[in-house]
Design a binder for this molecule. Structure first.
Ligand code: MN
Length: 299
């Protein structure tokens, strides 16, 4: 798509950059803005198909010529690690709905916090809760495979899940599920807090790494924090990773209070989503070019 040097790495952006509203008008505006900024892919939060029509999203994606991925974060009411079977059933339903939405809009990936609720837990994980999550995701993965959808397990920091906080834990969990279409989803914001080094998840997850959220340690503009992008991108390219690298940056000023509370956006970091989208893709392209040159054999 006009950037030959990095044509084999898909660059994506999370729709939440422009806010989480998904009326047909908002969906079209957000998808159009992501395409205009030059992204190959937009990550769309799984909608409630009883309230919104997936066909509107599919139409907007076609109009703007950009590929979709789908994500979600389970919550307390649909936590598949819960001891309450009704809560686990609600989680199974929500995951199935996300896969159906992905199939509806032509997405081949459903990721996010699919393994537990995205919340601060007040107790350690239990073996029963973990087994419930593994069994539930195995069921969803088998159904997703029939629709050519890959399922991602995004590990998050200790304040947002008690189950999976590192790539090593996520890899063991994915291997326990035991289905080929389940991958580790790395988010560099969470990794910056939990891993000994940002290249560790790339090395640990290896070929099981299927999706990357590019996010600064403070979730603000890429390149303005402590994340070591040159080493991360060299490690990704050297590992053979060619999956999406999707910018995840949200602003309290854009997403509204309810979403800001969910994500913990207590302060304002930027106010112009188009500008963040454009500077982020420029940053990633430039960093990828540098990483590729560093890896190329000396002429
Ligand atoms: Mn993320």
């Amino acid at each position: 798509m006009g950037h030959d040097a990095v044509a084999d790495v898909l660059l994506g952006v999370h729709a939440g950059c422009w806010g989480f509203g998904w009326s047909p008008q908002q969906a079209d505006r957000t998808i159009g803005a992501a395409a205009r900024a030059g992204y190959d892919l937009i990550e769309v939060p799984a909608i409630d198909r009883t309230l919104l029509d997936a066909a509107d999203t599919a139409t907007a994606l076609q109009r703007h010529g950009i590929a979709p991925a789908v994500s979600l974060a389970l919550g307390e009411a649909d936590d598949i690690t819960s001891p309450d079977p009704a809560v686990v059933a609600a989680g199974l339903h929500r995951l199935r709905e996300a896969v159906a939405f992905a199939a509806d809009i032509g997405a081949v990936y459903v990721g996010g916090v699919t393994h537990s609720a995205m919340r601060r837990y007040l107790a350690p994980p239990t073996p029963e809760g973990r087994a419930s999550a593994v069994a539930t995701l195995r069921t969803v993965a088998r159904e997703a495979a029939r629709r050519h959808v890959v399922l991602g397990v995004e590990y998050v920091n200790r304040y947002e899940s008690n189950l999976l906080n590192t790539a090593a834990q996520a890899l063991a969990f994915v291997e326990e599920i035991g289905e080929d279409n389940v991958v580790v989803h790395l988010d560099t914001f969470h990794a910056a807090l939990e891993e000994t080094d940002v290249v560790v998840p790339v090395e640990v997850a290896g070929h099981r790494l299927g999706y990357v959220h590019a996010s600064e340690n403070h979730r603000g503009a890429l390149g303005t924090g402590t994340l070591d992008w040159p080493r991360l991108l060299r490690a990704l390219l050297a590992s053979g990773y060619r999956g999406p690298i999707t910018v995840e940056s949200f602003s309290r000023d854009v997403v509204g209070t309810a979403s800001a509370v969910d994500i913990g956006l207590w302060r304002s970091q930027w106010d112009d989503p188009d500008e963040i989208a454009e500077t982020s893709i420029r940053f990633l392209r430039s960093q990828l070019d540098t990483a590729r040159r560093a890896l190329a054999p000396a002429a």
